[in-house]
Design a binder for this molecule. Structure first.
Ligand SMILES: [Fe+2]
Ligand SMILES: [Fe+2]
Length: 223
């Protein structure tokens, strides 16, 4: 590779190449013959609603990545975003097909809509959107996947999710890599603007847990 390319761009190019090699087909590689087994401790409606929030999160992330790909000028980052858009489209399709077997996608939870909609209020440097979508929301989605893996034993859901989790970890890695170099180069006042905005972008909550996707009053694991 060209020695004049900065190391962070080389790392982004390597990540995009890894993402391209890791593309998979939901039609061919998920075993759609596996049984669908919603948990017994949760109503079917609440289960469908919880899984539907993953679907809505994917659709919102596709929109965010398209916007970022328009606003970010550097080719290595745009390459990563293009791969991510293909990933998220595959994820949304796989969740939609799974939810079809349970009667269809449930409406988006207002908290999920708010968290993703917050990006539309930002008009500054695109790095803020990377903080919101790739670090906060993708990071929370990864934690949620971990929770769902422990709570939900549906064989088909698990087969879909284990593939999606690998892609999501790559998206979080993109956010970290991109921000490490771009934030360091940014004027201090712009960085401060981002730090001030992002907590609001998380609805004022610390970025540690996602909105309540199970729905109020529904039984919890072990509860
Ligand atoms: Fe995804
Ligand atoms: Fe993602």
């Amino acid at each position: 590779m060209d020695a004049t390319v900065p190391p962070e761009d080389r790392a982004l190019a390597a990540l995009a190449a890894r993402g391209r090699r890791a593309q998979w087909s939901a039609d061919r590689e998920v075993d759609w013959q596996l049984p669908v087994r919603p948990p017994r401790w949760l109503t079917r409606r609440a289960y469908v609603s919880a899984i539907s929030q993953l679907y809505h999160g994917e659709v919102a992330t596709i929109r965010a990545c398209r916007r970022l790909a328009d606003e970010i000028s550097d080719p290595a980052a745009r390459d990563c975003l293009e791969v991510q858009i293909a990933d998220e489209m595959r994820h949304a399709g796989a969740y939609a097909a799974y939810l079809d077997r349970l009667g269809g996608v449930a409406p988006i939870d207002p908290a999920v809509a708010d968290a993703h909609g917050e990006g539309t209020t930002w008009n500054g440097a695109p790095a803020a959107l990377v903080v919101l979508y790739h670090v906060v929301l993708e990071g929370e989605a990864l934690m949620l996947h971990g929770d769902f893996r422990r709570w939900f034993r549906c064989p088909l859901f698990r087969d879909i999710n284990r593939r999606i989790e690998v892609d999501e970890a790559r998206h979080v890695a993109f956010g970290r890599l991109y921000l490490r170099s771009r934030l360091a180069r940014m004027p201090a006042d712009q960085r401060l603007d981002i730090y001030r905005w992002v907590p609001a972008g998380c609805g004022g909550r610390p970025p540690s847990r996602p909105p309540n996707v199970i729905g109020d009053g529904s039984p919890r694991p072990g509860g």
